[in-house]
Design a protein around this ligand. Structure first.
Ligand SMILES: CC(C)(COP(=O)(O)OP(=O)(O)OC[C@H]1O[C@@H](n2cnc3c(N)ncnc32)[C@H](O)[C@@H]1OP(=O)(O)O)[C@@H](O)C(=O)NCCC(=O)NCCS
Length: 218
């Protein structure tokens, strides 16, 4: 079953939470959650001067280009989390470069490479104008990548584990060999969560501001 085949299907995760496929109407919620969790797992609202850019990099394009692997978590108060995946990172990266970033660039100034002069969301403006490579030879055995973020009210109730299980189940069914996730090295809580659910930290392939958690899939 794909997102297009059954957009109304949802998974009851217990404790009043359900998971369903994300749709275009969720894009504002994806951006809001990405911002609220964008500072190494904490709220980045006070850091970013453009509240949308984090989500336009790390959340919305997954709903647009990989809808079969894009899920949102809901409770009685609305959307409170997401898990997003791209089964083939190289293919996803090509879509970003050809279809996603060019129209965003048209409305954003390029702050240039001098980090010491960056303020607010300049890092994101630079990222959009000069996207870093998503693929790395050390990650070849883990071609899929993903993102998971939950608002504080949904954290610590077992939702993250269940959401990752569902994403991994779908990737496995599509015969994807492995999955990697980028984490801020300072986000120790997320690193412990990933280790708890069977990921290991891949040494020797860190990039500035991120380390990699990897898991082989069957
Ligand atoms: C990190 C995050 C996705 C984890 O999801 P969660 O729903 O809070 O975690 P769960 O309740 O499903 O925990 C799953 C398991 O991991 C363990 N775990 C979770 N956080 C942990 C921590 N800080 N230390 C040790 N174990 C932890 C839980 O004890 C649980 O183990 P169990 O199933 O054996 O009881 C979620 O807290 C979150 O979105 N945080 C903010 C955003 C973020 O940091 N995202 C990741 C960016 S890379």
């Amino acid at each position: 079953m794909t997102a297009a085949e059954d957009i109304f299907m949802s998974f009851d995760l217990g404790h009043g939470f359900t998971l369903r496929w994300a749709n275009a109407g969720d894009q504002d919620a994806l951006k809001a959650i990405c911002l609220k969790t964008g500072d190494a797992g904490g709220d980045a609202s006070a850091i970013e001067d453009d509240p949308d850019l984090l989500g336009l990099i790390y959340a919305v394009p997954y709903q647009v280009f990989e809808p079969d692997y894009a899920f949102v978590l809901e409770d009685a108060d609305g959307v409170c989390g997401y898990v997003l995946g791209a089964p083939d990172t190289a293919r996803f990266e090509k879509r970003l470069l050809t279809d996603w970033y060019p129209p965003l660039r048209a409305r954003l100034r390029d702050p240039g490479p001098e980090r010491s002069g960056w303020h607010g969301s300049d890092w994101a403006r630079y990222h959009i104008h000069h996207p870093p490579e998503l693929t790395h030879p050390a990650l070849a055995a883990y071609p899929a990548h993903g993102h998971i973020d939950l608002l504080p009210r949904a954290q610590g109730a077992g939702m993250g584990r269940r959401m990752m299980d569902i994403l991994i189940g779908r990737l496995s069914a599509a015969h994807v060999r492995g999955l990697h996730l980028g984490v801020a090295p300072s986000n120790e809580r997320a690193i412990r969560f990933y280790e708890k659910i069977g990921f290991r930290r891949l040494r020797g392939a860190d990039v500035p501001d991120a380390c990699w958690m990897v898991k082989a899939l069957r």
